[in-house]
Design a binder for this molecule. Sequence first.
Ligand code: LIP
Length: 255
Amino acid sequence: MTDLATLALEVAREAGALLLERFGSPARGVGSKSSVTDLVSDADRDAEALIVRRLRAARPDDAIVAEEGTSRHGTSGLSWYVDPLDGTINYLYGIPHWCVTLACADGEGAIVGVIHDPSRLETFTAQRSRGAFVSQRRLAVSTEPDLGKALVATGFGYDAEVRRRQGTAVARVLPRVRDLRRFGSAALDLAWVAAGRFDGYFESGINPWDVEAGILIVREAGGRATRLKGIGDDPRPAVVATNAAIHEALRTLLA
Ligand code: LIP
């Protein structure tokens, strides 16, 4: 593990410990962001504050872009993409499917990615050109070649009109795959593609902090991940990630 990877791992675990300690207790400071269904609480904010404090102390010249508003410029050429709590709605509903995700990127994309799932004691990691792992086990994507037999994950935004558009994409995909899964965390969806638990994932309107680490982890596990200029009539940035074997079939269907 490089120093960057070790730092990302340590910081993700510290934030995960803070969140796990509070998980299941009454939420504090709950508020809404882009819409009434887009929630945030002190858990997201405090986890972000911990991560930013640690990264700034260890790497003062790096840039940081984080979900709950931290946006720091840097001079090192490296940028950290941070989602302190991916799967916020699951967390607030007491559903043990959420994670901490960090990626450190240079001009060509992520060089280090971590997705830490404290509920399952699973930590997905990757370093560019060095493979992807969950804990010490090397990750490999599934080998399913047929889109019609593929288990595919997806996600939806927090705006009603956006969800209507995402619904049309789902209506197009659903008859053409084994089944769809909506588990509520883009980062864990990508980690599970890398682990062969899903054969594919797609989502529009996704933010860099949700997907940068997961994209690297899928690619280092032998899969493919492509950024799309929208899906169907939703023009916002989107991602499709797969086991590679079904990639073109799914991408064509989404286009
Ligand atoms: C969530 C994503 C998920 C998406 C949700 C939300 P959050 O991130 O992980 O894939 O469907 O709308 O954006 O808000 O829990 O960090």
